[in-house]
Design a binder for this molecule. Structure first.
Ligand SMILES: [Zn+2]
Length: 137
């Protein structure tokens, strides 16, 4: 596979974006405080691979803890389609995109996406959570 451009949006459509994603690089799920509450399933790209097509004012930003990541959500429908931040330990600037908000990734492509699990809830990012926990992330 290769890098392709996909379109994404929130539920109401006020937040729209395009992203250049190589689905062969796989996706991630995590048990940290925000990922577990939002059941976040994401793919990560560099900022230059992400283009917000809608007005940034359509979102409300949300940050917590070390404030290192922004988690904007749609002011109208509440869906959080992406997050972005700069964490040197994981390779610097990134945009984390919700797989569920990608509109033109087919069910077959989603089913074939490799998933990496991270035990972020225990600050143990490079290891997986327990098998039981992985089941419901
Ligand atoms: Zn919306």
């Amino acid at each position: 596979m290769a890098v392709q451009t996909y379109s994404g949006s929130c539920h109401c459509g006020n937040v729209r974006f395009e992203a250049d994603i190589d689905l062969a690089e796989g996706s991630g799920k995590c048990n940290c405080s925000i990922c577990s509450k939002t059941r976040n399933w994401s793919v990560s790209v560099k900022p230059e691979g992400f283009r917000l097509l809608s007005d940034e004012q359509a979102t409300t930003d949300y940050q917590f803890n070390t404030q290192s990541v922004h988690w904007p959500f749609c002011r109208t429908c509440g869906v959080r389609a992406y997050g972005h931040g700069d964490i040197p330990e994981v390779g610097g600037k990134f945009v984390s995109i919700s797989v569920a908000c990608l509109d033109d990734v087919t069910p077959e492509q989603k089913a074939a996406l490799a998933v990496r699990y991270a035990d972020g809830g225990n600050n143990n990012w490079w290891n997986e959570p327990s098998d039981a926990e992985k089941q419901y992330l």
